[in-house]
Design a protein around this ligand. Sequence first.
Ligand code: FES
Length: 913
Amino acid sequence: MDQRVTDTGLAFVLNGQAVNITPVPGERLSETLRERLGARDVKIGCNAGDCGACTVLIDGETVCACLVPTHQAEGCRVETLSGLVATDQTAQRLVQTFQDHGAAQCGICTPGMMVCAVALLRDNPTPDVAAVQDALGGVLCRCTGYRKIIDAVIATPAAPVGTIGVGASIRRLDGLEKVTGTEAFGDDVAPAGTLEIRVIRSPYARAAFALGDIAGWQAARGGIKAVLTAADVPGLNAFGVIPAFRDQPVFAENLARFRGEAVAAVVGTPEAIRDLNPDDFPVVWTPLDAISTVAEAQAKDAPQLHDERQNNLMCKGFVACGDAQAALAAADVVVEGRFSTGFVEHAYIEPEAGFAQIVNGRIEIHACTQAPVMDLEAMELILGMDRSKIRIIPTAVGGGFGSKLDISVQPYLALGALKTGQPVRITYSRTESMQSTTKRHPSEIHLRIGAMRDGLISGFAFSGEFNTGAYASWGPTVANRVPVHASGPYRIADYWAEAKAIHTNCPPSGAFRGFGVPQSSIAQESLFDELADTLGMDALEFRILNALEDHVPTVCGQVFAQGVGIKACLEALRPAWANEGAAADAFNASATGSLRRGVGLAAGWYGCGNTSLPNPSIIKAGVRADGTLVLHQGAMDIGQGANTVISQIFMTALGVQSTTLERIGPDTDLTPDAGKTSASRQTFVSGNAARLCGDALRAAILRAVNAPSDAEVSIADGDIYVKDSSTTHRIALAGLPVDADGYVFAAVEQYDPPTKPLDKNGQGAPYAQFGYAAHLAVVEVDTALGTVRAVKFVAAHDVGRAINPMLVEGQIQGGIAQGLGMALMEDYLPGRTENLHDYLIPTMGDIPPIESIIVEVPDAHGPYGAKGLGEHVLIPTAPALLNAIKRACGVRLYSVPAIPSKLSAALHGDANG
Ligand code: FES
């Protein structure tokens, strides 16, 4: 006990400094640390002790600061990550090992992880994996799959680091901020004391409502500065990521279509917002019958969510080639199944948050986003304001996975700042985030697949209904992507696939890593195993036999002359398939209890970038007169590593080895549009723009001295040197004219993938490239309890060219963790699992060792052959697990998640839920 309470408040020691404050009774320590003491390295993910992001040390013990009333810290020693990094050698070592292993992706969980690791290593300097899992198990990470965090804490040797060029496992260029707690996320950028916003939301899935005497309500309350409703939206009271489907109101008018829909927002002082009881807000609700499933939505007399969309059908996607029904009729064997999946929540650890202010008559919005230029376009319409008056400055993003492609807090921030004339901030609560933002589409899929005795597929008929919730979001994209991908990466000549997106009174379903393909893959890959078994064929060899190859048309009739890597992925699994299969057989042969092991396989593919639509990225670069090399990199890095990978590609193209690179991150005033971080497009599309930009900048430099294309370029001491076979040219930069950006050399280049539209049968060229994957999962099923434990994964991914192998592995591991969650535990139920203790995501103890096999079948369109990876990494995971469960215990599950009650019911002969 170092300090005593004083007359003016309470005292404790924060990171070695005595502090004295007067908190509000009951205030959380996390709030005090962040808002009163500036310790924004303490991150808040849930305010309920579920995620562990806010972990600090109190007198050396780890605690969730959100669960500790500040008064309990009286006289204590409180340490946060930033303080530890400043003084503690163990923390300083972790700063290095976390970067060496790529253990921080988005970085929002990293302070909590590292604080727990410091506490562990103080007690046990040489922990094993189990000890790390035990000590860090209370901190959730949604990005990494945990294995690299374990490696970093144990400090296993890291991969050797190369130069900055393509192929090198360099550290993240933005990694230091993440491991020192200085990264600024959406809730970290507003000054303390800024006006706050609280959104008033519908407590009903469907309800008519009438607003009451708002002016009177406001006048009766001190500190309320404004109330925002639909009447305050100067432009279009609607938004949506697809222009033809802008159907979601900023504020609902008269009718709420899902639980959690915004009807108003209150702007006030932090104290007024803290004391606000939303139940007091003057609104009268009239609950109405709501529909929650696609079956209910299509029933006769079902309420219609949108008048213009009959039978609640938002849209359909369709692909057909050959004659699926005739081929199925002629097939030697046919298998069939009905599959269902539920809502899956993105569960990023950073809830949506941001800050807005008016600067020189322009509105500036700082918020977490995956798509700054799309945000700009949406705000231009909502505000009815020319885009030159709006600036989007993204904060760091603490996980997105698709949901932060849609706007969330941005309109409230802008409208609040404009109405009050003052800076405003907002941070969604965990429950608010889970209620109101997009989810993975639930699906109901009917699939029939036929095959001949020789194992070749003969006929494939797929019908999928996707619950798209109350508003469109990315539902049209899901409906269009699924039929293109439902075949999996296989040669299927006779194919019919239809996907429907259907409205219900549920939260909007949107983009979530894979855009519906993980759902269709569960059906297709499960039935591939059933087909192989029915034919008496090996499941891996069956897939290899039917795998796509160069020059073989896809179901869309697209023929790739090169770059089709699925066979290579499947073949890479042969050793593990044999070894793990034999090990599982041996385990089961000697098993005496209820545990049984099984090994499952699945493959997947994913088209990178938009489907048959323009999809450009622009990258700009320049050299200042002092020799500083600058990259304007507008592609959002949401943890996947775009900042690093795009820089590696640019530097390789430029051919400059020995200089530092100044990166200007996404900002609609400063960086050209690099498109959205979505659809596994940034390495491919923005990477290509960076390659072209590097090429162009290099060409400009070489032209200045008439040097040949193979000359060496270097930058040193404020000058550029160009060395060719005969001489070394010096370009004295200081004397050169500068452009409007202050550059003496500059380049701006754009890349747009070549695609062709799909015709009415879905025939065309939807993507310039696909990436390919095959996963093997080993599981242990407790046949008495119905529980499933993943024992091991082997994951082969064709990435064309691994620009940064360490980051590739990080993506694979993180994707597998999300796929495991979808397969085994994640079950979002509107109104019931709207927090991180009822909605379970994988913890550190759930993720087994993952062996990554990086396959490189170069793609002619990719930068240096690279293909996208972000979505591919979870597509095969769930079906591989379901196939492993079947091989372990003989039960085929047709719905996920495979929770114990469901598997137990199936094992013991009850209806298979
Ligand atoms: Fe752990 Fe993103 S790195 S949540």
